[in-house]
Design a protein around this ligand. Structure first.
Ligand code: NAD
Length: 296
């Protein structure tokens, strides 16, 4: 049984704190919203009146706050928890924040030998309730092992991404894909509806194709990531098919913000001589634009 401070009892933090309590830990909680503290007190958490008060004597400090600004404030602001930390305390920041903010907070703590791991979470609010979150952890092996029994109460998958800051970096990468795909999904289903299709039927079809299975499942591992750009489906054809969709969308006046940008990417790949390569070779074009070393 450990003494745990939990700071930030919102949609994600409240059920996470509750799962730590269920796991038998002593939780001292802080949130700027008094009603959040009242709610978690019903589960036998102790309400603190500041981050420093919550962290007093704690072995672990969890933060689940909106952004880097709030994490920094909770750590180093008036009555911040940093002043209650000793060399034995481990900060586990589960918030989604800018990697540069993680680096700054970790760097500032390290000047006085105080330790942290960044452990942002993947998945949804219901997974926080069920204790089935995915943690992307940046930090030392030993700090992760120290935190693991607590993380196991909150999630069912823990991925060690590297040193401090790499969890935040992984989370940003993950969210780029999930937040952009959300818009692409909305564009796609709007087109389905405007075309007179049943949206649920469209989903049923696309769940069985690359559209719904996703390129990370269906194409990239066997093609471009294995150095195989012999066409399963060539860039020229992807360019043509996306053009057919855009023409149809123009007729229906449905938005194609991401689709239009994607077509330009295919055009650039074609003009750099990739037209007859597999469509996943678009990755090589984008890597080149980014100035990354050619892949082996
Ligand atoms: P939320 O707004 O519901 O919760 C944030 C909590 O922090 C609130 O209770 C708020 O009162 C409290 N707070 C704000 N400033 C504070 C401060 N200075 N000191 C103490 N408490 C303070 O947000 P959420 O949905 O729980 O998300 C928290 C983090 O988790 C975010 O970084 C978010 O991007 C990330 N995240 C959310 C989800 C999700 O599905 N909601 C999923 C994965 C990751």
């Amino acid at each position: 049984m450990s003494k745990v401070a939990f700071i930030g009892l919102g949609v994600m933090g409240e059920p996470m704190a509750r799962n730590l309590l269920k796991g038998g830990h002593i939780v001292r909680a802080f949130d700027v919203r008094p009603e959040a503290l009242e709610s978690i007190k019903k589960d036998n958490a102790i309400a603190a009146d500041s981050p420093a008060g919550a962290a007093n004597d704690a072995e672990f400090i969890f933060t689940m706050l909106p952004s880097g600004k709030e994490v920094y404030q909770a750590a180093f602001g008036d009555e911040g928890f940093a002043q209650s930390m000793s060399e034995k305390t481990l900060l586990i920041d589960t918030s989604t924040i800018l990697p540069a903010d993680t680096d700054e907070i970790a760097g500032k703590l390290a000047t006085t030998k105080r330790r942290m791991i960044d452990a942002p979470v993947g998945r949804l609010a219901r997974n926080a309730v069920e204790g089935t979150l995915l943690f992307m952890v940046g930090g030392s092996e030993s700090d992760l092992e120290h935190a693991r029994p607590l993380l196991d109460l909150l999630g069912d998958k823990i991925v060690h991404c590297g040193s401090v800051g790499m969890g935040s970096r992984m989370k940003i990468v993950n969210n780029y894909q999930s937040t952009s795909l959300n818009v692409l999904t909305a564009e796609t289903l709007t087109l389905a509806e405007a075309s007179g299709l049943d949206v649920n039927l469209a989903i049923e079809v696309m769940r069985e194709t690359t559209a719904g299975r996703g390129h990370m499942n269906a194409t990239y591992p066997d093609q471009v990531l294995s150095g195989n750009i012999k066409p399963g489906f060539m860039i020229d054809l992807a360019h043509k098919d996306l053009g057919l969709a855009l023409e149809t969308m123009a007729k229906h006046h449905t938005p194609a913000f991401l689709g239009a940008a994607a077509r330009q990417s295919y055009s650039i790949a074609q003009s750099s001589g990739q037209g007859r390569n597999d469509w996943t070779a678009i990755y090589l074009t984008l890597r080149k634009i980014a100035g990354l070393e050619p892949s082996k």
